[in-house]
Ligand binder design. Structure first.
Ligand SMILES: NC(=O)c1ccc[n+]([C@@H]2O[C@H](COP(=O)([O-])OP(=O)(O)OC[C@H]3O[C@@H](n4cnc5c(N)ncnc54)[C@H](O)[C@@H]3O)[C@@H](O)[C@H]2O)c1
Length: 287
């Protein structure tokens, strides 16, 4: 919030008018802060995101969620404010530190299962473009994350069940229920992408335990997460099952007991309530 005051006072210093444009050049932290500053300056001026990290390219810069942190918590103040353009130049990724790259890799791995596409086959620039397209499709169907809880329809974008309306942005959270719990339980020793990798494999194991998918589909998750992206697939040692279950129960999707985004015969959908004993047993499959 201190940064937002600094940025908006700078906008005042420039004399930025409602006809001007804020250009955010950076990773997701920059596009979030600049996007929020643009949303509140003169009650909203145009913003263009120039994403320089992989995570910003495939996730943070797309979809119009802007937010800043307070000492009391992450993303507590924000606004939905769509950028009028997003630029992703993959040449920028050559200088990105490897762990920051992995943070984006986890989100990229997620898109393999939201779309049903063979993203492996695409070169990096086309894969980034396809991830942007997939996220934009979910956002267009549910700009303010109002849908998708309480049982959504399938989500194979571009396939026979390409019924995006009614699915909701919540599906973009695939793999994130365990990921967020792991980030907290490990004190952020894992990057977001590493945690999402483990979370995707866990979501597959849980879906298999619930007989929603077969062993081949679980193997496909492991092949993408561990094979294509080289992300970890096991919970770090010393992280307690009861702590993870308690953290997952506090997930923002949870309305009626443990709630997960899970793969299944109709594609990925929100499923609740999940029996804690089943969720706990599935954790053993990713240890
Ligand atoms: N608004 C959304 O929908 C949304 C979605 C996901 C994440 N986020 C937010 O995005 C942030 C994470 O984004 P991030 O992973 O880009 O992190 P980040 O913005 O913190 O960037 C990570 C690091 O990489 C550096 N960096 C960025 N681009 C670089 C480049 N081309 N070369 C060298 N270094 C570079 C940054 O300076 C920083 O040190 C979090 O704050 C998260 O809350 C927002």
């Amino acid at each position: 919030m201190v940064t937002v005051e600094h940025v908006t006072r700078s906008l005042a210093g420039f004399g930025l008018t409602r006809d001007d444009v804020v250009v955010a050049v950076g990773g997701g932290m920059v596009t979030d802060v600049a996007g929020f500053a643009a949303a509140v300056w003169h009650r909203g001026v145009a913003v263009v995101n120039v994403a320089t990290s992989l995570l910003a390219m495939v996730d943070a810069a797309i979809g119009g969620k802007t937010a800043v942190n307070l000492p009391e918590g992450k993303n507590l103040i924000g606004a939905f404010w769509q950028p009028c353009g997003v630029i992703c130049d993959t040449d920028a990724l050559t200088t990105l530190p490897p762990r920051e790259r992995r943070s984006g890799d986890g989100e990229m791995a997620k898109y393999h299962f939201l779309s049903g596409d063979d993203l492996d086959a695409l070169p990096l620039d086309e894969r980034v473009a396809r991830c942007v397209e997939i996220k934009a499709a979910f956002v267009a169907a549910d700009e303010r994350e109002e849908l998708g809880l309480g049982g959504a329809q399938g989500s194979r974008l571009g396939g026979a069940q390409d019924s995006r309306l009614g699915q909701g942005r919540a599906l973009l959270n695939y793999g994130h229920t365990l990921a967020h719990a792991l980030e907290i339980a490990t004190g952020h020793a894992l990057t977001h992408g590493e945690a999402v990798g483990i979370g995707l494999v866990y979501a597959a194991e849980l879906a298999a335990a619930l007989e929603r998918i077969d062993a081949g589909r679980v193997a496909a998750h492991r092949a993408v997460v561990g094979g294509t992206y080289g992300l970890p697939m096991s919970i770090p040692e010393g992280v307690d099952t009861d702590q993870l279950l308690a953290l997952m129960a506090r997930d923002k999707k949870a309305r009626d007991g443990l709630t997960f985004v899970l793969d299944g015969p109709r594609g990925v959908e929100v499923v609740a309530p999940i029996d804690p004993a089943v969720a706990g047993a599935a954790l053993e499959a990713v240890r």
